[in-house]
Write a protein that binds this ligand. Structure first.
Ligand code: SF4
Length: 396
């Protein structure tokens, strides 16, 4: 290990809060420092979470894949007229929620495009046909349908206003928005978020702040390898840390690696590979501390799962036995049995959680609507994890 890094590792190990300069030195450290970085990260994870790694069994419901933004790496968003463009009907939401319940899923992930009604008249007509003016209003009905089937919503619908979040809160275990990166540089011409009004970092930070003020358990994270610098990754993680310290609502932080997709403007860019993902997970553990829940999606870097555990994650995120990852349709979920054996073989216990982490169901109940908490009780165990329920489908 370079001797100059030793004080930073010692500070992190003893629970000290690293600043942006220290984080950047770790992010830019030579490869020979990686073992020590992982060693400290694993130590902190074990101290904060023991040897338990969680996941949520979910159903992915992309309410609409129309979107007003045009991120250079995205294949999820479609335009009206595209044969793949789709807005789910209430009947389809009911049907998939019933299937999800039968398959033992307890989380309905509503992940969708951002405010397509602002740019597409045909979509406005679709919404009006359903009785709504705005996607966020339809979302309230969609969440109510899934909740009625005892599949608990987690909404990630892009930028929402305070009032929109307040309307969704009683129906949602938690909500989410990837910060992706705090740097406005990524909005400049030639950068991936150019022309995407909902990707302005300060607007995303404001939504996260308002979610904190509303007491909504919140999932966020960063996207690696889209043209950001090491310093910008560190500053993004610190911005998330500061919001969590202020409001206590950041329930988990996702470290997601960019994968280039054919047909996009970034198809020829290199993927954010295993080395960057593993290093950034470990860096996040040191910057965010032992109690933070840190997640790496298990379908986006499937060859690296053992290394991601070693780097300090304590959560695999949502895994569905029923639906694909509509944002990364080329990346299948690992089967739950495989995920369990892999996790167990690495010396951890895999436990199913709900779309809200146990501490928000137990000691921090101000973060969940009282009626929703009552509704959740039959589906949680005494420790706040998911209670195994009989299913009519295999675990995948
Ligand atoms: S990444 Fe999200 S916000 Fe960007 S175009 Fe795709 S769906 Fe829209």
């Amino acid at each position: 290990m370079p001797a100059s890094l030793r004080p930073i590792f010692e500070k992190a190990r003893s629970g000290g809060v690293l600043d942006a300069d220290e984080g950047t030195r770790l992010a830019e450290a030579p490869p020979e420092a990686l073992d020590d970085l992982l060693d400290v990260a694993g130590f902190l994870r074990d101290r904060g979470h023991g040897r338990t790694v969680t996941y949520s069994k979910n159903v992915f419901i992309p309410l609409t894949n129309l979107c007003r933004d045009i991120c250079d790496y995205c294949t999820f968003a479609k335009k009206p007229g595209d044969p793949m463009a789709r807005t789910w009907t209430p009947g389809e939401i009911r049907a998939i929620s019933r299937k999800a319940r039968a398959a033992g899923c307890l989380e309905a992930l509503f992940c969708l495009g951002d405010k397509p009604e602002l740019v597409y008249e045909s979509y406005r007509e679709t919404l009006r046909g359903l009785g709504f003016e705005k996607t966020s209003q339809y979302l309230v009905q969609a969440c109510a349908i899934s909740l009625d089937e005892n599949v608990f919503p987690h909404t990630n619908a892009g930028l929402l206003t305070r009032d929109e979040m307040a309307a969704l809160r009683p129906l949602n275990h938690s909500m989410g928005l990837m910060l992706e990166n705090v740097s406005p540089r990524l909005m400049e011409p030639g950068m991936p978020h150019h022309g995407c009004p909902d990707k302005v970092p300060r607007r995303r930070l404001r939504m996260m702040e308002e979610a904190g003020e509303l007491g909504i358990p919140f999932t966020t994270g960063i996207l690696l390898g889209i043209g950001e610098t090491a310093r910008e990754r560190v500053e993004s993680l610190i911005a998330i840390r500061e919001l969590g310290e202020k409001h206590g609502h950041i329930q988990e932080v996702i470290i997601q690696n960019f994968l280039p997709k054919p047909g996009t403007d970034m198809a020829d860019r290199p993927e954010a590979g295993e080395a960057l993902e593993v290093r950034t997970v470990a860096l996040a553990r040191l910057l965010l501390g032992e109690r933070c829940h840190i997640q790496a999606p298990p379908n986006l870097n499937p060859a690296a799962l053992g290394r991601l555990l070693a780097a300090g994650i304590d959560d695999w995120g949502g895994v569905s036995p029923l639906t694909i990852d509509f944002v990364n349709p080329e990346a299948p979920w690992p089967g739950l049995r495989r995920l369990e054996s892999l996790t167990t073989d690495a010396g951890f216990q895999l436990r199913e959680r709900l779309g809200i982490y146990p501490e928000y169901l137990l000691e921090r109940r101000g973060f969940i609507d009282p009626a929703l908490l009552e509704r959740t009780r039959p589906f949680m165990d005494a420790e706040g994890f998911a209670r195994p329920l009989p299913t009519t489908a295999g675990p995948g």
